[in-house]
Design a protein around this ligand. Sequence first.
Ligand code: HEM
Length: 413
Amino acid sequence: MTTDAFAIEVAQYGKIPAHVPPELVVDFKYDDDPGFAEDPQKSITRLFNGPRVVYAPDPAYDGRGGWRVHRYEDVRAVFQDGATFSSKNCANFQGFVGATWDMIPLELDGERHQHYRMLLNPLFAPGKVNAMEAGVRELCINLIEAFRAKGRCEFMEEFARPYPISIFLKLMDLPLEMRTTFLAWEYQVLHAKDMEVRKDGLNKIIAYLQSVIDERRKNPGDDLVGFAIKSKINGQPIPDDDVMGIVFMLYIGGLDTVVATLGFMFRYLAANPKVQNELRANPALLPEAIDEMLRVFASVTGSRLITRDIEFAGVQMKKGDRIYVATIAANRDPEEFENPNTINLTRQANRHLTFAAGPHRCIGSHLARRELKIALEEWLARIPEFSIEPGAVMPAHAGGVWGIENLPLVWKV
Ligand code: HEM
């Protein structure tokens, strides 16, 4: 695709700022490529044939379009410079229902962000993840054993979605019976076509989490909510809004991302029995293989608010502009990765950006890797060679977290 092919009539959008060069305005959607459903991450690499930076005019929640960068070097630079690229309102689910608290630590900048990271980092350090291992494995085995003898499952519904939500409930010390309700609310928020239904789901999640916070204030335990309630920052207890910001962030951050990654990974393994059997025969390959699959199957697009006028990637950007960064594209940049679209399970020097970089690098990356490793270990040990049900149609979606909708798997029993 050339720069010309990207150029569109700017006049059709009223809100494009005057400093945006018309030839950089690109009216595209990530999912408008015909190959999107089959290989979403590969379809984004068409952007490497166009300008280094584009301005997508379709409005986000704030009614404005924004810059999009996709090269590895640029995505990394944005993630690393929190002073120029603010995270304020970068996800803003809560704004959708009129709440004004921040998702913590994601939407904080500078010192406030550092304070919260210092407080929360130990909870997700490798040692803590080791301590969670047995519980996570038990949840994983229970899910697999519920369908193993049937010789089939709808992977997304019966495994990918319930697995991380069960872990979240455990972290929060909430009953596993809440899983079905949480999944229904989450489905409303992420997939409902009607905005009112989405809002309803969000309101229900927030109201439920608030009731948990209220109850734990009276009787704080050793779970994550109890930890937040008992903690102090600069000698002061954490205000209610911030406790909500932390709990809500962990709910949003640790679910859909893991669901999406599991979906992409298992679809790839189901379609590639040779790789599947190699990993089954040699589980020691799993850590490197997981990182390579994390690279090719990145799922997150982030956003930032520009805090000062700058020239970035050869373009003049203004304070108040929004910029979007696709970890998905960066991980397929041929300047950084040799044969980026090829899955090389023993790839060396794999500096992928799936978990971002800089101050907001994913706090849950150790836990996420462990969840993925346990899922693969238990699947490969318990389920014989599995494949995709013939004729299956598997739509994919773009958005803040990319993913596939369904994945029917079959195996011999
Ligand atoms: C494969 C799974 C995961 C992926 C791909 C992923 C990806 C990311 C990315 C790209 C960011 C940075 C977003 C930005 O700066 O705009 C991030 C931040 C974050 N993630 Fe994850 N994540 C995953 C799993 C998890 C899990 C399991 C948890 C928690 C239990 C978690 C909690 C968080 C939190 C709290 C932040 C905010 C960190 C900060 O702002 O300092 N994530 N994640």
